[in-house]
Write a new protein. Structure first.
Length: 219
């Protein structure tokens, strides 16, 4: 455990700093007030296009493609990321559809309850319910943090963390989720990635799978 934390201290510290910042605002301001403030960023064409496309990295339909690419790169890492993804998705979906299924999303709240005009990016669908927690945030963190734990260079660890954070934030930017939704989703994804990496990689288990898929077949 000490080695795992030491090797990934910078990534974990930055993630914790971001989460604590989110928690501070969530404890001191309402989610509607926070969303109105963050919504001021919407309208910049560059940002709109960026967040419109990066949000797909957390999509359940894109995840299998990403996981397959990881599997080809390294079988053990691919399996680790896949299990992390599946467990995190199961937890998130259970919370979303069994316990918090009536939590309204931003569009529905601003449309029918809070009559404050906000800006939207032209997306295909603005969902109504099942807001908490964010499935996109959960899934992208479950994969990217696992990749970050595996990466040897700090620059790569920070890259994966940045991708996860930006993808998660895109859900708020696009008014698909509240800040609290992506915060909890990221915690679920990070926790599952941490456990899987600790149990598999840091314990040096399944070393025979620690190679690209094509090399595994030849052996």
């Amino acid at each position: 455990m000490k080695v795992l934390v030491k090797n990934n201290f910078l990534m974990l510290a930055l993630y914790l700093l971001v989460v604590l910042t989110f928690v501070y605002f969530l404890l001191n301001y309402g989610k509607v007030e926070i969303h109105i403030y963050l919504n001021q960023l919407v309208g910049n064409k560059l940002f709109d296009n960026f967040f419109y496309y990066i949000t797909y990295l957390g999509d359940g339909g894109v995840a299998p493609i990403l996981l397959l690419c990881i599997l080809f790169y390294n079988v053990r890492l691919g399996i680790c990321c896949t299990i992390s993804f599946l467990i995190a998705t199961l937890i998130s979906s259970t919370l979303k559809y069994c316990f918090f299924d009536e939590v309204n999303r931003p569009w529905h709240v601003f449309q029918w309850f809070v009559h404050t005009p906000i800006k939207y990016v032209d997306t295909d669908t603005l969902h109504i319910h099942n807001s908490f927690p964010s499935g996109h945030a959960t899934q992208v963190f479950a994969i990217c943090i696992c990749l970050g734990f595996f990466a040897r260079k700090n620059i790569n660890k920070l890259l994966f963390l940045s991708i996860a954070l930006l993808t998660a934030f895109s859900r708020v930017y696009l008014s698909q989720h509240w800040l609290v939704d992506i915060t909890v989703g990221s915690l679920i994804g990070t926790a599952t990635a941490f456990v899987l990496f600790y149990l598999v990689v840091s314990k040096n288990r399944f070393q025979n799978l620690n190679k690209p898929l094509l090399k595994l077949k030849r052996s």
